[in-house]
Design a binder for this molecule. Sequence first.
Ligand SMILES: Nc1nc2c(ncn2[C@@H]2O[C@H](COP(=O)(O)OP(=O)(O)OP(=O)(O)O)[C@@H](O)[C@H]2O)c(=O)[nH]1
Ligand SMILES: [Mg+2]
Length: 401
Amino acid sequence: MKVQRFIGINGREALGLVRLALGPEAMILSNRTVAQGIEILACSSKDFNGIIESTENTISTPPILRTEPKLRPTAAAVMPDISELMGELRAMRNSLESQIAEISWGNQQSKTPAKNGILRELLNLGFSASLSRYLSENAPAQMSMEEGLRWAKNVLIRNLSVINSEDDFLDNGGVYALVGPTGVGKTTTTAKLAARYVMRHGTKNLALITTDGYRIGAHEQLRIYGKILGVMVHSVKDEVDLRIALEELKSKHMVLIDTVGMSQRDQMVTEQIAMLNGTKFPVKRLLCLNTTSNIETLNEVVTAYRGSGVEGCILTKLDEAAVLSNTIDVVLRQKLKLFYTGTGQRVPEDLEVGNAKSLVESAFKKLADDESSQFEDAELSTLMSMKSAREDASVRDIYVA
Ligand SMILES: Nc1nc2c(ncn2[C@@H]2O[C@H](COP(=O)(O)OP(=O)(O)OP(=O)(O)O)[C@@H](O)[C@H]2O)c(=O)[nH]1
Ligand SMILES: [Mg+2]
């Protein structure tokens, strides 16, 4: 039997790879979480049936007794065997756990086909296995699939935390820093927010700061927007500079800080957080999230940028995103407050105040029937048996009553 190993960043991707290589009838032998994501061991159904047949054929054959020369093993020779054995035991335990989970899931779901339908639809829309599982499990038992999906949509809308109105942000003022990975739209969004502020309160009480002084031409980008709006842009390079600038600007009602973009994997992110937290002024951080990124990347970004806590998030590039379920999933599970959504490149037009209903409604608009992202019932059990779907505590705070 030719057993093949597939690794995907999540269960969905790993299953997709299995299906691509071995076809829809592939036999999943085991799955487990590894450093790179999810690992699936699988073989083709032809290979699997072959081995079953050959096992049946050989079952009556008397076993061949082989006598191996008995050697007394040395301690050095035994040690690697023990660790190998432990590794195999662990793998067996994982495999058994997931198979038991798979069977119990299958039994449970066969009794509630509507819930199975809800689960499949949520997964097909692109929500994570753990959130889809949590919602389908908690859907009221008597509901049909359609009612259950409407219920799930309302749960998501109710649980998304959004600013009450733009007044909360623009009228209350404060010092806000836009942070996030490279190219997510921090500078563009800073300019959009500045323009909205100017339209409401004029230029006198607004100040702009950029920490992006060292990249060639980077601070020019904000400076040009500042010039158009008639707002001065201050450039700072470190914590001391920032403290001096904020001291100078303390009479301003609103200060917007555009920060230098850096990958969430860059250790400099921690230094940036320390710099923003290091002044005696309360600098609130707004995390810009690119909605075209996948769940895993978005989770990584939030984890890296959260530090002692972010005030909220701004979702950018909604106009480019094919799915929005990934972003909703992360915003919800990471308990981020949604401030604004960026819907294009135009400054200031393409910025909207966060709206849970329209975001979730958009996420539920079905994608064109893309077969490769649809799950078969048999695949659902495998996906649900994965540890990430069974043991993700971040979904448990979602209020479903
Ligand atoms: N389609 C679309 N493009 C956007 C949006 N927001 C920003 N952009 C574009 O994304 C590109 C990068 O935007 P920036 O504002 O420079 O991004 P940044 O986060 O400041 O980038 P760095 O400073 O390099 O980290 C520009 O071409 C923007 O016009 C949006 O909501 N939709
Ligand atoms: Mg920038």
